[in-house]
Design a protein around this ligand. Sequence first.
Ligand code: ADP
Length: 509
Amino acid sequence: MAVIDKSATRSDSAGREQIAVKNPLTGEVIGHIPVCTADDVRQAVARARAIQPAWNALSIRTRSNMLIRWTQLIAQREDESIAAIRRETGKNRIGAFEEMLVIDRTVAYYARHAPEWLRRKTRRPLLPFRHTARVYYKPYGVVGFITPWNYPLLNAFQDLIPALIAGNTVILKPSEITSLVALHMVDLMIQAGIPKDVVQVVTGAGSTGAALVDQVDYIAFTGSTATGRKIAMRAGERLIPCSLELGGKDPLIVLNDARLDLAASGTLAGSLENAGQVCIAVERVYVEAGIHDAFVERICHYAGQMNIGSGDGWDVHMGSMTNERELLRTEAHIADAVAKGATLVHGGKRRPDLGPLFFEPTILTNVNHTMDVMREETFGPIIPIMKVRDADEAIRLANDNQYGLSGAIFTKDLKRGEQLATRVESGDVHVNTTQWIFGVLSAPMGGVKNSGIGRRNGPEGLMRFVRTQSVVIDNQIGAWPMLALLDDGTLKLVRFLVNAMRRFPFLGP
Ligand code: ADP
């Protein structure tokens, strides 16, 4: 059963192809979305461009307040919002709530800090008494977002928030698998007072996304490395900036001194959040030899206690997978590992009794780096565990991968953990926890190597959506006509000032 079933496509009254959207929990069709054409995208961008100056003319506070009102509407309709997310993803209730929580806090964070960060700044010139230099921060114009299906609220809207606050208008091309959530959320934005052309959704698949890259002034993408590379190439041709949040194969290291039960349960949670369909999920576990066997025993123990299912209570630990393609890849990675000598110690099977895309938490031991499960991204609930000699070997293996998004180290020695963390090649690392980078909105998040370009969150997450303009003003006090930028008189003054700056660097630029 595919969540997107091409055989279920049909046409709308304007002749656009329509894609059927299915509920992964049941397999039933819950709606259709039109495949917007390049012409639809062009028109949407023209509308966004037309309204952008008026949107930018509003104060940052006014724009932020509309977004705060939006998050209030989401919160007031918590059950409806959670249901909308769960209907298209099949995730558990807690997972859907986490998306709302992060969005709520992201709006609060940027509403608080953006006015200061976007205020014009004065910079020190070489001739401080003659020149005044200022830096202005200007929105790019129309920013496009192409987003995936695993976190249809969080991954689609978290980046959009700072772009809007900075004065851009935005166009979102959500995943074809979860577009109904995006449409629902944008509807709430309009109810919160945001003019409708300021935030628009164009639905469709890859062709619609590609058309968006061709039209906008900045493109922010979250999704696979293969698609991200195509988008970066097109952005390069058009010379527009882009940010790319791509795949991951995040390592987790357990040292001998780790608190065993916290490490085992923490690894489980970090691997199985959203049934493993998270770019920053734990996908490789390296355990020091001295604790390895006990760790495997404890993680199997905790895996056996997990509550898996489609129920909408807060007590469900793991829901359904969303995407059949990822389920097939998960099965292929398990089969490849077992064929190459891995031991399946827990799970490994589908759970059709729970729903068409449920898969058991799966634990593999005796894995090595010849196996796909240790090299390629697996978007599924698999925990491959490898025994290592010591921390140095763990770090070397952790870095032996094309990706570098997140990572984690479990140890009682927090100082050593932090030192080792800085040796992991990734955009963020956790000590004794995982994925909590999502709870630190002031810290930048993003990838190195094939995991992407650019950062979300923190000041970096806002400032990427503005271009700087520097203005240099000569106040003309004591000025005389000159035929070159420097003449004898000014040269003397410049030499004097530069000497002073050399002696007293705090006077310098
Ligand atoms: P996944 O299918 O796992 O979500 P993708 O990277 O294929 O990963 O898709 C992420 C987003 O990129 C989706 O919204 C998808 O429709 C869009 N997309 C896919 N191919 C292209 C493309 N060639 N150009 C622009 N967007 C694309």
